[in-house]
Ligand binder design. Structure first.
Ligand SMILES: [Fe+2]
Length: 365
């Protein structure tokens, strides 16, 4: 069932009448009931906002307390709800202890740096652009070879790979490109000493001491393990003639949240009437967090790598006016960004609030 009244387009996101702004008003992200509203003014053309619901831009790398040696203490959360905690972590030394998160699966995205991740399943060398997915209960330890900056999503539900639907199971990435660790027992053989394992459960810490290295796996089999996926192995879907919704770029499925990867790709070059920048929306069923990793962020003016935007349910966002103009001549986007969409409202932590740019909401004016 679908209705149509007044001046509209026939095909969404194509041939929007000159001078009008298309808004996508949709439930369930971009999957549920939807209407497109054709407005005479952009819904972000406000002159003032009073109250705490406003688009936010966070300079998370400026948060106080980003220690560079203690893995847990140096991790600073900036947004959270009952399903996820989103943090930035910086490490420049090997962790002095092994760690087990008994509360949550963890998805790490390597923004900067390289090194090694030791796990119960074996070691993995990590580099920029890696997703490292560590299921709840796995023991691990980071040993950075250089200053490492990680975007961290703690997920209180299990992390999985989304179904590809009509695209077929090998679209976006073939699961064969996911790397899993192989045990390397030789490196621990004959070591003498004492090792600490720090366990987090219900937010509290317990330290267990062993007279042997807790990474003593000589083999494993099964389907519950650590995953490593580099964004270079993701092949983004695109359409020459239709602007796909952001959910087409989903990489990981969480409980009440998704993680998407926006990667270099061609724009909608096959039809001059096809929209190239995201449509206006107030994402009424999802909060939306975007971490800008690398490249040129063509739909936002003034954004630099390492920044985060937070667009909560109920207030509009969409491309900046300058970006709409700039996109007209662009045929390709170099942007690399990680998006976290959550069904339940996120809350800014004190640290997150402390690095919020005061005037971001004015950037559309
Ligand atoms: Fe959005």
């Amino acid at each position: 069932m679908q209705f149509r009244k007044g001046l509209t387009t026939t095909q969404a996101h194509v041939d929007v009448p000159a001078g009008l702004y298309e808004e996508e008003y949709a439930r369930q992200g971009f999957f549920g009931r939807t209407s497109h509203l054709y407005r005479s003014q952009a819904p972000v053309g406000w002159t003032d906002i009073e109250g705490d619901l406003r688009p936010e831009c966070l300079r998370i790398e400026h948060m106080a307390g980003l220690a560079q040696s203690d893995f847990w203490e140096g991790r600073v959360a900036f947004l959270q709800n009952d399903d996820v905690v989103i943090s930035l972590s910086r490490l420049d030394k090997p962790m002095p202890y092994y760690f087990r998160n008994a509360d949550a699966d963890e998805v790490f995205f390597v923004h900067k740096g390289s090194g090694e991740l030791e796990t119960d399943f074996g070691p993995l060398a990590y580099e920029v652009g890696d997703y490292l997915v560590i299921p709840r209960g796995t023991v691990y330890r980071f040993t950075p070879a250089e200053l490492t900056s990680l975007l961290v999503v703690e997920s209180f539900g299990e992390v999985s790979i989304p179904d590809r639907g009509m695209l077929g199971r090998h679209a976006l990435f073939d699961v064969d490109v996911i790397k899993t660790p192989t045990p390397d027992p030789a490196r621990y053989a004959g070591l003498k000493g004492e090792w600490k394992l720090r366990i987090k459960r219900t937010g509290r810490f317990t330290t267990v001491t062993y007279p042997f290295n807790p990474i003593n796996t000589v083999g494993w089999k099964g389907d519950l393990t650590v995953w490593q996926l580099n964004v270079r192995d993701i092949r983004p879907v695109m359409s020459e003639r239709y602007h796909l919704p952001p959910s087409a770029h989903t990489t990981w499925l969480l409980k009440n949240a998704i993680i998407c990867s926006f990667l270099p790709r061609s724009l909608e070059n096959g039809d001059p009437g096809a929209m190239k920048v995201p449509f206006y929306h107030s994402n009424i069923d999802f909060d939306e967090v975007l971490f800008y990793h690398a490249g040129d962020f063509f739909s936002r003016a003034g954004i630099e790598p390492g920044m985060v935007t937070f667009h909560a349910q109920g207030i509009h966002h969409g491309p900046h006016p300058k970006a709409v103009e700039a996109a007209k001549d662009k045929t390709f986007t170099e942007e690399q960004a990680v998006m976290i969409d959550t069904k339940n409202p996120l809350h800014l932590t004190e640290a997150g609030r402390s690095v919020a740019m005061a005037d971001y909401w004015k950037s559309w004016m």
